[in-house]
Design a protein around this ligand. Structure first.
Ligand code: SAH
Ligand code: SF4
Length: 380
């Protein structure tokens, strides 16, 4: 018997090739793609403008399936966190962050991560596996259509997607790119390139490929102003040191949908948050400036977890650091933490991917607890 294919695995070109194998023209694939991504349909019988014969064919060899939801938590501030089951004891998370003028979904690209950053709980858990395109897209498909039903709207709810959940997206490049294309496609989610952000710890060759293949907004996790410190915090720096990384950022600017790159800098008490680090960071950025503003700094207060042995910088330290950068002319923001009450902040995502027993126990425990009352995110 032919295995059934999850159609979330395909961008529009992939779906067209699939339809062609069924003897169908490309415009049928476009119709199907719109039903799936724009209308959230999964039942072929519902797709009234497709010929009955095609609906029958699809039902026999394809399906449209979300990932099973293990838990859903809604924060007081309207942030929603989903934990999805990706099989074999692995789980990944997506977080929806509502703001006045936009709705951002933060999604995962891998179960675990092989980069192993010192301050990241995903990194501490190690690498389990790459997500498939369908598993990456399923997070958006589910969240968007869940939110529309939840809010009783047919309007788009998610306006921005950030690849800042679990995993290093540029170490899962082959599966990532069709997922990004589905997000950008006018027949899919129609998101602008400026509103889809890939965050990377600095996989230099793949930054160049992304610029050429699918230039979306780029965030680079810098975290340190010199190689000695960055080697310790982000071990990938030993392979792609700062000089190579900063040069790759400059090359990316030629393709970027915005005229700047965002540098993320996680503020760690006494480790990278001193005035001398700020001065070194300013000098580093200055060295690679060609003209005008070419980057923005986003300071992220560290979200502590016990195994890290690290502490969050004190608020006055963050403010002082931000002031030094701003005074030097660098556009600097400090990230607000959201969803604190449901552990939805960066680096706190889906614990225990390796510790399968605990995931299973937690699932059993949480399934007995009813979902929290629905809060309309935009009202929160
Ligand atoms: N692997 C990619 C994307 C996922 S991590 C990357 O590293 O860029 C998304 C962001 O969360 C990164 O900037 C990362 O450095 C940051 N982050 C990870 N753990 C964190 C923690 N405990 N506290 C604050 N930010 C963290
Ligand atoms: Fe991986 Fe990003 Fe975490 Fe580093 S910060 S371990 S690259 S997910």
């Amino acid at each position: 018997m032919q295995a059934s294919t999850n159609l979330l695995e395909f961008d529009l070109d992939g779906l067209a090739a699939f339809c062609e194998r069924l003897g169908e023209k490309r415009f049928r694939a476009t119709q199907l793609f719109r039903w799936i991504h724009q209308r959230g349909a999964s039942d072929f019988a519902q797709m009234s403008d497709l010929a009955k014969s095609l609906r029958g064919k699809l039902a026999s060899c394809a399906h449209v399936s979300a990932l099973p939801v293990i838990t859903q938590n809604i924060s007081q501030d309207g942030t929603i966190k989903w934990l999805f089951d990706v099989g074999a004891g692995d789980a990944v998370e997506a977080v929806f962050i509502p703001e006045d003028d936009r709705g951002t979904l933060c999604i995962s690209s891998q179960a675990g991560c092989a980069v192993g950053c010192r301050f990241c709980s995903t990194g501490h858990q190690g690498f389990s596996r790459n997500l498939t395109t369908g598993e990456i897209v399923a997070q958006l498909w589910f969240a968007e259509h869940f939110l529309r039903r939840h809010l009783g709207t047919e309007e788009r709810v998610i306006s921005n997607v950030v690849m800042m959940g679990m995993g290093e997206p540029l170490q899962n490049y082959t599966q990532l790119v069709p997922a990004l294309r589905t997000m950008l496609d006018d027949h899919g989610y129609g998101l602008s390139r400026r509103r889809v952000t890939v965050s990377t710890s600095g996989v230099v060759p793949m930054m160049d490929r992304l610029g050429a293949d699918c230039a979306v907004a780029l965030a680079v996790s810098l975290h340190a102003p010199n190689d000695a410190l960055r080697d310790k915090l982000v071990p990938l720096n030993r392979k792609y040191p700062l000089d190579e990384l900063m040069s790759a950022c400059q090359r990316y600017l030629a393709h970027a949908p915005r005229d700047f790159i965002t540098f993320e800098y996680c503020m760690l008490d006494g480790v990278n948050d001193q005035p001398e680090h700020a001065r070194e960071l300013i000098a580093l950025i200055e060295r690679y400036r060609t003209d005008g503003v070419w980057c923005k700094l986003n300071l992220i207060p560290f979200n502590p977890f016990p195994a890290s042995g690290l502490l969050r910088s004190k608020p006055q330290q963050v403010t002082a650091f931000a002031k030094l950068l701003s005074d030097a002319g660098l556009v600097t923001t400090v990230r607000k933490t959201r969803g604190d009450d449901i552990d939805a902040a960066c680096g706190q995502l889906a614990g225990d991917v390796k510790d399968r027993t605990r995931v299973v126990q937690r699932i059993a425990l949480q399934r007995t607890v009813p979902l929290q009352p629905a809060v309309a995110p935009h009202e929160a």
